[in-house]
Design a protein. Structure first.
Length: 536
């Protein structure tokens, strides 16, 4: 079998047909009346999705969106959002999905870096968007637009309803190498970086057979993760499209209603982050726990109590390793893999090596940094948007350097060991310690700050900051967190605060974060223990 057949035919499409347009066109040709998109009140067939996306694409074209333009989206999960993602592609443009919890400098960076001249936002985000981009050229508002003459806003405004009335256009031809979207990395180091994602990479991530183990027909993929993340868009929406299945847009995750929502939808598959699994396992057991409609649960990263989860809720589980830049390069190929300490195997068509600081491969059993490349072009990211230095830093010697430490056994199974970079992962969100530190340092009474991740009872981590205050400062932990809550996304506001006189340092005065991480957390101020509620 050729490499191109190996890469694509397992999901029903040849490698060169791995584009959103080609996949949707194939579904329209095969089963136009099959349900493609659904939410609690509305169902759309593949033919209806195609027709409506062509109309919205026509509306975008009439609004001045041209082939190759970048279109920023700041939308909550909805059928309109799913259709907009498709329509932007049909117009030949590039979507820039933006985390709806971003505000202040985090959002300002995305607006500036994305090179977008048109934004599509829900009306609930008008205030946070206008605060950083009052002179943005053209904003499409879903919902109620701001009043004419709103203070400081000079946008050209188009109601989203106008897009829905657009004159249909034929989709602009797309190829596997054409950029589909700019996926921001959530800032694992430094400012968030925009990964240029091709159609080909998007569909290697979304491949339902190779990644999620979905081999049957007639599935309903339940989307509970936000679609501004690739987990929601590629792992949910596009996964359903590749299989010719139904993508069901559920309401935001709620541990108390999750299984009721899933059963009401009749969902068969779902993607969860590990913290969600932890919350569900902590529910009081019920006699009918295994009677839910789910067959497969895809979890990233893998939860250590995975066997308890699968047995209790009567499901099969898969997991993978990867990232925005590389997609899913290590996967579980069968349920037996989950029983191993090292459970991940390299996918066909991808090479993964573990190397030392000189890029020399380490022997099996030793820990090394994971470096990745694909045997076919356009299946991994090629650059960070507008950031050649960062691109060069990770693409070295022909390999993408992940910055993650893994270990491989003699049978070729990989296990994750640690993050080599200063990333903090909290409930599915990657948080840049540099971005946290920048916001803390903006307080006039702060001299210096160091942010680290500390262990959480929900697995993953919580954000902790060590802060040096100015002499004679009256700044308290609560006042500092109140200051940060108005400037930062909810998920990155520190939970723990510890005031210190100075930091442990290297000979060149760099803060030794490995020492800070190892310190006991008993003396830190805990905003949850003090009943501090973050604003929504």
């Amino acid at each position: 079998m050729t490499e191109s057949a190996m890469a694509g035919r397992s999901a029903g499409f040849d490698y060169l047909d791995w584009t959103l347009t080609a996949v949707l066109a194939a579904n329209v040709a095969k089963h136009p009346d099959r349900i493609a998109l659904e939410d609690p009140t509305t169902s759309l067939t593949y033919q209806q999705v195609w027709d409506r996306a062509c109309e919205i694409a026509g509306g975008l074209t009439a609004a001045g969106v041209a082939e190759g333009d970048h279109v920023l989206t700041m939308l909550s999960n909805s059928l309109d959002y799913a259709l907009t993602i498709i329509a932007i592609n049909f117009a030949g443009a590039v979507s820039v999905p933006t985390n709806t919890m971003y505000k202040g400098s985090s959002l300002d960076h995305i607006v500036r870096n994305s090179q977008a001249r048109v934004a599509i936002i829900d009306d609930s985000y008008i205030d946070v968007f206008s605060a950083v981009a009052p002179t943005f050229p053209h904003v499409v508002v879903r919902g109620t637009p701001p009043a004419p003459g709103a203070a400081k806003i000079t946008w050209q405004i188009t109601p989203f309803s106008d897009l829905l009335q657009g004159t249909p256009v034929e989709p602009v031809p797309r190829s596997v190498w054409n950029t589909l979207m700019i996926g921001y990395t959530s800032g694992t180091t430094g400012l968030s970086k925009g990964v240029v994602l091709s159609n080909g990479q998007a569909f290697q991530v979304a491949n339902p057979i190779e990644v999620q183990g979905i081999t049957s027909d007639g599935n309903k993929i339940y989307i509970v993760c936000p679609m501004f993340h690739i987990t929601g868009t590629l792992g949910g929406l596009f996964c359903a499209f590749i299989g010719g299945d139904t993508a069901y847009l559920g309401r935001p995750f709620s541990v108390t209603t999750f299984f009721d929502d899933v059963n009401r939808a009749g969902a068969t598959n779902v993607l969860l982050v590990a913290a969600m699994v932890e919350f569900l396992l902590n529910l009081p057991p019920r006699a009918d726990d295994a009677g839910n409609s789910l067959r497969n649960v895809y979890v990233v990263p893998l939860h250590p109590r995975h066997r308890e989860f699968t047995e209790r809720f009567g499901v099969k589980m898969r997991t993978s390793y990867g990232g925005t830049e590389i997609g899913c390069v290590l996967v579980t190929k069968d349920s037996a893999d989950l029983e191993r300490k090292a459970c991940l195997q390299a996918r066909d068509g991808f090479e993964v090596r573990l190397v030392d600081e000189h890029d020399i491969e380490v022997p099996d059993g030793e820990v090394g940094e994971a470096v990745v490349r694909s045997s076919l072009p356009w299946l991994v990211g090629v650059e960070y948007l507008g950031n050649p230095d960062a691109t060069a830093a990770v693409w070295r010697n022909g390999w993408f350097h992940t910055g993650d430490l893994l270990q491989r056994d003699a049978e070729g199974y990989y296990g994750f060991v640690d993050r080599a970079r200063d990333a903090i992962r909290r409930r599915g969100e990657n948080i840049s310690s540099m971005e946290v530190e920048r916001e803390v340092a903006a307080h006039p009474e702060v001299v210096e700050c160091a942010a680290v991740g500390v262990a959480s009872r929900h697995l993953e981590q919580e954000v902790k900051i060590f802060v040096v205050r100015r002499p004679e400062s009256a700044l308290t932990e609560e006042l500092l967190v109140k200051f940060l809550a108005d400037r930062m996304p909810r998920f990155s506001v520190p939970r723990f605060v510890e005031f210190v006189d100075d930091f442990p340092r290297t000979a060149t005065a760099k803060v030794r974060k490995e020492v800070l991480r190892a310190l006991p957390n008993d003396d830190a101020w805990d905003r949850e223990a003090h009943g501090f509620e973050l604003p929504r």
